[in-house]
Design a protein around this ligand. Structure first.
Ligand code: FEO
Length: 170
């Protein structure tokens, strides 16, 4: 049976993962509006990533006999100053997710919930990749400089495809 404190914290994280998806969907719309289709594609794949994270947490709660409780999702924002501004905000957001996963892990240790700690380790590792992916794009955008460079980065990001994490059905 899932500890109530852990259940509440994971329900809160489901909300944050869906909020993350909402932010990335808003960023996708922003990139569509400035005709950077590759970046819009990258963000839409990121939406699916975040939805899969929310579903992973959802299944964990139900598998342990808990109750999923959904709550309203925050305002995702609409406009960013530039592509790099959007990706820098995405990185800041991922830093927040990493900090939240760290807090969930601390709670699991505090209440000696080994099953949750084991489950959360996947997210600890995932966050290393999440931050690194966004940071790599920021570095590419810094190197790209002019519009020809931006076009190349956009072309590259158009190739991203969603691969669901093991155990998650979309
Ligand atoms: Fe679900 Fe991007 O962290």
């Amino acid at each position: 049976m899932l500890n109530k404190k852990m259940q509440d914290a994971i329900n809160d994280q489901i909300n944050f993962e869906l909020y993350s998806a909402y932010i990335y969907l808003a960023m996708s719309a922003y990139f569509e509006s400035i005709n950077l289709k590759g970046m819009a594609n990258w963000m839409r794949v990121q939406v699916m990533e975040e939805q899969s994270h929310a579903k992973k947490f959802y299944s964990f709660i139900t598998d342990r006999g808990g109750r999923v409780v959904l709550s309203p999702i925050g305002d995702p924002g609409q406009n960013w100053k530039s592509p790099i501004d959007a990706f820098e905000e995405a990185l800041k957001h991922e830093n927040k997710v990493t900090a939240r996963i760290g807090k969930l892990m601390e709670l699991a240790y505090e209440i000696k919930d080994h099953a949750s700690a084991s489950f959360l380790q996947w997210f600890v590792d995932e966050q290393v990749e999440e931050e690194s992916n966004v940071d790599a794009i920021i570095q590419s955008l810094k190197l790209a400089g002019d519009s020809a460079g931006l076009f190349m980065v956009d072309k590259d990001l158009a190739t991203r495809m969603f691969v669901p994490p093991i155990g998650v059905t979309i």
